[in-house]
Design a protein around this ligand. Structure first.
Ligand code: NOJ
Length: 482
């Protein structure tokens, strides 16, 4: 996309955002028969990335960081903040049981595994580097690369919502030195793991982090101040740019021999915002879409950060280092919001500017999220004009009984295939998640695993396959990976 492009014009931007948010869209419903008869991922070619994703804190156990404090009521309000008083202190114990995880990835037939490294574990005090922890991560990466069936490419994720204590104490991402600190961590990670890793994911879902931590106040640091949130989002973008540059300098080793030592992106959470009713709902949906879905890719495309939260803040600043920082765009897609505006709350900035309306005609996950595969298709189409290859870095469903997940996978892969058929360069699909894990404020209530774990009743934390394992394996078989 040319610098500035249509995104430089606020009026056009608003119109585009409202259109993208659904204000002008034709209703779209996939035909179940089409999904049933569709040949999944046909014709994607040998380089397609088929895999699964996890994050370090959600599965490893044994970590100490700002989230640990949040769980245990060590913030100013003195309250624990997780359902049922749960904590990630053991989680899925992947720090010790990681060989089982790698075996599960292998058994699926995946050729990529997006996993995290935990910043607080590797750099527990500022400037330190835990060589024993780094050695264990290397073991995991080697095991993936030398997997029995075929090599599994690790996609290494550097930041996934948790901060080392020393950094949180300095103000977290509000500290002006945070981007440099993150880039230094990225450089060290590239030095330590670059010979095994080509796929780098700098940040996971900066928009979710900001929304939860700085607008809704549900995650650490528990702030409810949209203007602060917008500033943190800008800081995270700067951090991504610095980290990407550092990785390119420090990782010169082409791990898989395909001619490129680094393929860098970030995982961007996207939601469809559709108006539940009239034009005001459409307006609020458009503002939400603009802030939540567009601000990040627009900034990387244009080299200019423009974040607008009406009545709270507008940030408009150059960030030339962002341009060229993506080799791919990662999309994490789960659901849509049907937006019913709450105009008084929006104007007074007391609480969320809209309520979510449930569409009773649609299935919902255990966490109440609407299952809406059409949204993935719509969003993929809307991100195509940026021109980056797109990896679906997460897609999944909270489904303790394991009944929804097989169809969820099929319908979302169908959405990807429909988008690909229209020319959207989707180069990968990673399911969230490999195993059940610690679902942040929801504790162990949200079960996303292809393999399920009985956290309360099974001290061995056995990874047990759900019905969707066969669904995933069928995808792998279709690609000749199994
Ligand atoms: C996206 C986040 O990256 C992940 O941490 C979370 O568990 C899933 N969404 C499900 O909510």
């Amino acid at each position: 996309m040319p610098a500035g492009g249509p995104y430089a014009n606020p009026a056009l931007l608003t119109l585009a955002a409202i259109a993208a948010a659904g204000g002008c869209h034709k209703p779209l419903t996939f035909d179940q028969q089409d999904i049933d008869h569709h040949q999944m991922l046909a014709g994607v070619g040998p380089g397609f990335l088929l895999g699964v994703a996890t994050s370090a804190y959600q599965i490893e156990g044994g970590n100490q960081n700002d989230w640990t404090d949040w769980e245990r009521g060590r913030y100013a309000d003195g309250q624990p903040h997780v359902a049922d008083g749960a904590s990630a202190s053991r989680a899925a114990d992947s720090w010790n049981l990681w060989r089982q995880d790698v075996a599960a990835v292998e058994d699926l037939g995946a050729n990529v595994y997006r996993l995290g490294i935990e910043w607080s574990r590797l750099e527990p005090t500022e400037g330190a580097w835990d060589t024993a922890a780094a050695a264990r991560y290397r073991e995991m990466l080697v095991a993936l690369r030398t997997a029995r069936r075929h090599p599994i490419a690790p996609m290494l994720n550097l930041y996934h919502f948790t901060l080392p204590h020393w950094l949180a104490a300095r103000g977290g991402w509000e500290w002006a030195g945070a981007p440099e600190a993150f880039a230094a961590f990225a450089a060290r990670a590239a030095d330590a793991f670059g010979d095994l890793v080509d796929l780098w994911c700098t940040l996971n879902e900066p928009n979710v982090y900001v929304t939860k931590g700085y607008i809704a106040g549900q995650w650490p640091p528990g702030v409810r101040d949209p203007a602060r949130g917008a500033r943190v989002l800008a800081r995270l973008l700067q951090a991504h740019a610095l980290a990407a540059a550092a990785i390119r300098v420090h990782d010169r080793a082409d791990a898989d021999g395909d001619g490129s030592a680094t393929r860098i992106g970030l995982a961007h959470n996207v939601r469809v915002f559709d108006p539940a009713g009239g034009p005001v709902d459409g307006l609020i949906a458009g503002i939400a879409d603009n802030f939540y879905n567009r601000a990040i890719p627009d900034a990387v495309a244009t080299g200019r950060i423009h974040i607008a939260l009406p009545l709270a803040i507008t940030i408009d600043e150059p960030a030339p280092a962002l341009r060229g920082s993506f080799d791919w765009l990662g999309i994490n897609y789960y659901t849509r919001d049907l937006v019913r505006s709450q105009i008084v709350r929006a104007i007074t900035r007391r609480g969320a500017p809209y309520d979510q309306v449930a569409d009773p005609a649609r299935p919902h996950s255990d966490m109440g999220w609407e299952i809406y595969p059409e949204g993935l298709y719509r969003l993929l189409l809307s991100f195509a004009p940026y021109g980056w290859p797109i990896i679906v870095t997460e897609s999944g469903v909270a489904d303790r009984a394991g009944k929804l997940r097989p169809e969820f996978i099929r319908s979302h892969v169908y959405a990807i295939d429909r988008a690909r058929a229209e020319g959207v360069p989707v180069i990968g699909y990673l399911h969230w998640s490999l195993i059940d894990n610690f679902e942040w404020s929801h504790g162990y209530e949200g079960r996303f695993g292809l393999y399920t774990i009985d956290f309360a009743g099974d001290p061995a934390l056995t990874r047990r396959p759900t019905a969707a394992v066969a669904t995933f394996q069928a995808l792998a078989r279709g690609l000749g990976l199994r």
